[in-house]
Design a protein around this ligand. Structure first.
Ligand code: AMP
Ligand code: ZN
Ligand code: FE
Ligand code: FE
Length: 274
């Protein structure tokens, strides 16, 4: 009785449609799934309809980009009001920002002698707001790197030679924004930002003070000891600990349903919205 609480679609930087995510969830034997595209709610209607047809529970979500000291911190907002003006405006601003930023990333690459045709990136994005995985895929298409992973490891990682921050809101403001929209807020993949990790206990406590509801302890990218540590940090603060795949289709080597959250934990998250 499990739910994958973090999946992406072609509406952001995934490569599958919302309907395909639902099909994959059904094949994996899940009870439900969340669609959590970056800075957009555009995949909700299709996913909701497909879930109804399949008898799965749909958890509407969004992965909001925030920024701290030039590094990205991602927040997952669940059951937010799709008509909440401040949230809708911030998502629109972020999507706008992504357009300029893609150009600036390509400029940085060019400075390092790596020339990527903007058309290639636009083709990979297919109209969705442009994310680094689209740039990475275009770099693979152009033959300048062998894999998306290499594109990130060498060029695009946070603080990397072609990294351009998004000028998003601060993490605590992001928590307040999502809570203000009536959502439950989970800190995404807190253990992923390796080296100069921005997510330490101090930031966590600041987010808790701002209204954070949970942490994504069991993210597919977390080693077991990292997941254990975040589960413990969550327990100490009476936060909900979630698990998810952060499925991105073909851009990442992780299957939908690779990590999940039990239905009763989803329910306890939901209760925190009221
Ligand atoms: P953006 O929203 O454009 O900053 O891109 C964020 C997305 O890039 C995340 O959702 C991940 O899918 C991907 N990403 C970020 N860092 C890495 C990394 N080091 N390796 C692979 N993918 C990454
Ligand atoms: Zn992504
Ligand atoms: Fe993320
Ligand atoms: Fe994600």
């Amino acid at each position: 009785m499990a739910v994958d609480l973090h999946t992406h679609t072609i509406r952001s930087d995934g490569t599958t449609t919302p309907t395909q995510n639902v099909e994959l969830a059904a094949s994996a034997g899940l009870r439900g799934l969340a669609v959590t595209d970056h800075d957009t709610l555009a995949g909700w209607d299709e996913a909701d309809a497909a879930c109804r047809a399949r008898g799965l529970a749909f958890v509407p979500g969004v992965e909001l980009s925030t920024e701290l000291a030039g590094r990205s911190v991602h927040l997952l907002g669940y059951w937010v009001d799709p008509d909440d003006r401040p949230l809708v405006d911030e998502c629109a601003r972020l999507r706008e920002e992504r357009r300029d930023r893609a150009g600036r990333i390509l400029e940085r690459l060019a400075l390092h002698g790596v020339d990527i045709d903007p058309q290639r990136v636009a083709m990979r994005a297919g109209g969705a707001p442009i994310g680094r995985p689209h740039v990475a895929a275009a770099m693979v298409d152009a033959g300048v790197v062998a894999s998306v992973r290499e594109a990130f490891d060498v060029w695009l990682h946070d603080g990397g030679p072609a990294y351009v921050p998004k000028h998003a809101v601060a993490p605590a403001d992001g928590v307040r924004l999502l809570r203000g929209a009536g959502g439950a807020v989970v800190l995404a993949h807190p253990g992923l930002s390796s080296r100069d990790a921005p997510v330490d206990e101090r930031l966590l406590d600041e987010l808790v003070a701002a209204g954070l509801d949970g942490v994504e302890a069991d993210h597919a990218g977390h080693e077991p000891d990292v997941a254990d540590r975040w589960r413990e940090l969550a327990r100490e603060r009476e936060l909900v600990a979630t698990g998810s795949s952060d499925f991105h289709g073909a851009t990442k080597d992780v299957a939908l349903g690779a990590r999940t959250t039990s239905l009763d934990v989803v329910e306890s998250l939901r209760r925190r919205t009221s």
